[in-house]
Ligand binder design. Structure first.
Ligand code: NAD
Length: 525
């Protein structure tokens, strides 16, 4: 049976694919505020403090009340995980594979509600939310199919000697997820370690805890035992940091900011005299992603791809474009067409299907981005307009194009994680590649060119985990484009790729001398 296939995406230009949207939004809205408990061994932990999260497009609407998990919830989760770990890890691998496939199917069956919840809790529009969910489904099926390829291990038997090279799950995995792909990334980060037989402690991001809870429940419904999969919402610097420090946790699976990722790597590398293991940390972090527009590029394609890469989900993607490096010979032409395209972007509530730009995640993010606008106001080339109504209601930040020639300033080096892009001009193609690589990050990069020599040169020289030629630089597809960066963008685990599962497994070699000299008495009876 073929386990993996990419889930198809719905075509929203067709009336029948749009009918569900309003009823699904209303259904989710009727449940607000959604209470998000900490859940350990299937039981809700009572009497925890709570925090609120609001709809990014409507500050008055409280979407979520999430619990702040504490140390005692964590200890309980650790005790249960240790006790029941072997039941799960020794289960026939085919059963875990089947549970993962079932999880994927359940996510697919619940697409409409999940889409509506993503829209209301994070401000992502429907097509982007759909893509997020599709990727979550793909991760479940893909990791199930990858595990099927490796669980049997490799045998090399000789006369008198049998050798088995195989994998054992590492133990307890702490999953610390971001809010920007609240379905795909969280699901993939749990599905990988679970299918390998690990126990998982899931800490969703504060801004998307209700989505995390919804998905967590689907995993349990599919058959993941609640004794080895626990849900611990709360603040990153509190429960997140406690999970990272806990000596019984074998792996930290983190996706988020560089600042937090680097602090986790340091903590896990801090091996004291009483340490019992080397804790593995998978940290997938930010990017400052460039696209080069070559002098002979197809500008129709380049404008469209750059627009989508920079402003999809308001630029709140780790893969988003932020540095546009344009060859002098087409600079003016590209600039005027790009500005025109940005000025025509429809900015509105994500509930409006045709809206391309919605709000950013919260007030803190809005203020941080407004400070960037203030600090660089003399570099603004163009800024889209937002209506007063929208500004008063939600956390809207205008899509903005900067123009810069300083390659050492923040516009060239810092990840903003918002709807901003900066134009840089270069004279030669070689300089464009050097400038694209001149970064602490190496996540995504793109090139628009019709010159085969330049394309080949860029393939050899560009430093990026995912390099795209003549297409947008966001929207990696599971299996086809394993995703993740290097340098300070990540440790190279490559989500949705063939090496990912090995991060949650301990490879072991068993060698047996089979030239036995007789048998023990017990066996002879
Ligand atoms: P974040 O680092 O603020 O939070 C991510 C998670 O870490 C959250 O669950 C948060 O609660 C937790 N956390 C925060 N402080 C912690 C601490 N001290 N100890 C343990 N956990 C802690 O990031 P974010 O704002 O949610 O996400 C945005 C960032 O994520 C951007 O930089 C983006 O580029 C990056 N990102 C990277 C990838 C990738 O695959 N490389 C994918 C998505 C997002």
């Amino acid at each position: 049976m073929q386990i993996f296939y990419n889930e198809p995406i719905r075509d929203f230009s067709k009336e029948e694919n749009r009918k569900w949207i309003s009823p699904a939004i209303q259904k989710i809205r009727n449940r607000f505020p959604i209470f998000v408990p900490a859940i350990v061994s299937g039981e809700e932990i009572k009497n925890l403090s709570k925090e609120k999260h609001t709809n990014p497009a409507n500050k008055e609407e409280i979407t979520t009340e999430y619990s702040l998990s504490n140390s005692s919830a964590l200890e309980k989760a650790i005790r249960s995980s240790k006790k029941y770990f072997s039941n799960w890890s020794k289960l026939d691998p085919k059963e875990r594979i089947s549970i993962l496939c079932k999880t994927g199917n359940l996510i697919s069956e619940n697409k409409d509600e999940l889409c509506a919840l993503i829209l209301l809790e994070t401000g992502k529009n429907i097509p982007e939310a759909e893509a997020d969910i599709i990727e979550a489904v793909d991760f479940c099926r893909y990791y199930a199919s990858e595990y099927e390829k490796i669980f049997k291990g490799q045998r090399i038997d000789l006369p008198g000697e049998e050798n088995l090279y195989s994998y054992k799950p590492k133990g307890i995995v702490g999953v610390i997820a971001p809010w920007n792909f609240p379905a795909a990334i969280l699901t993939g980060m749990c599905a990988g370690p679970l299918v390998c037989g690990n126990a998982v402690l899931l800490k969703p991001a504060e801004q998307s805890s209700a989505i995390g809870l919804y998905l967590y429940r689907l995993f349990l419904k599919a058959g993941v035992p609640n004794e080895v999969f626990h849900f611990l919402p709360g603040k990153g610097e509190e429960i997140g940091a406690e999970i990272v420090r806990h000596p019984e946790v074998a792996v930290i699976n983190f996706t988020g900011s560089r600042e937090v990722g680097v602090s986790i790597l340091k903590e896990c590398g801090n091996i004291g005299p009483d340490a019992k293991r080397i804790k593995r940390a998978l940290c997938e972090m930010g990017g400052k992603n460039p696209i080069i527009v070559d002098g002979d590029a197809d500008l129709d394609l380049a404008v469209e791809g750059a627009l989508h890469s920079a402003f999809g989900f308001q630029g709140q993607k780790c893969s988003a474009l932020s540095k546009l490096i344009i060859l002098d010979s087409c600079y003016k032409m590209f600039q005027s067409r790009f500005v025109e395209a940005v000025s025509s972007l429809k900015i509105d509530s994500p509930e409006i299907l045709s809206a391309k730009i919605g709000p950013v995640i919260n007030e803190e993010s809005k203020q941080r981005l407004e400070k960037v606008l203030g600090d660089h106001k003399n570099k603004i080339l163009f800024q889209a307009k937002i209506s007063e109504d929208l500004k008063n209601k939600g956390h809207y930040v205008p899509p903005t194009i900067f123009e810069e020639d300083d390659w050492n300033g923040d516009l060239a080096r810092k990840e903003f994680f918002g709807p901003f892009v900066t134009f840089f001009r270069v004279k030669k193609f070689e300089e464009a590649i050097e400038r694209a690589n001149d970064s602490d990050y190496a996540l995504t990069a793109g090139l628009y060119s019709r010159n085969p020599e330049h394309i080949e040169k860029a393939k050899r020289k560009i430093e990026a985990g995912n390099f795209y030629i003549n297409r947008a630089i966001t929207g990696a597809v599971v299996e086809r484009q394993p995703f993740g960066g290097f340098k300070l963008s990540g440790v190279g685990a490559k989500a949705g790729g063939p090496d990912y599962l090995k991060s949650f497994l301990e490879p072991v070699t068993i060698t047996e001398n089979t030239m036995r000299r007789g048998f023990t008495a017990d066996l002879i009876q």
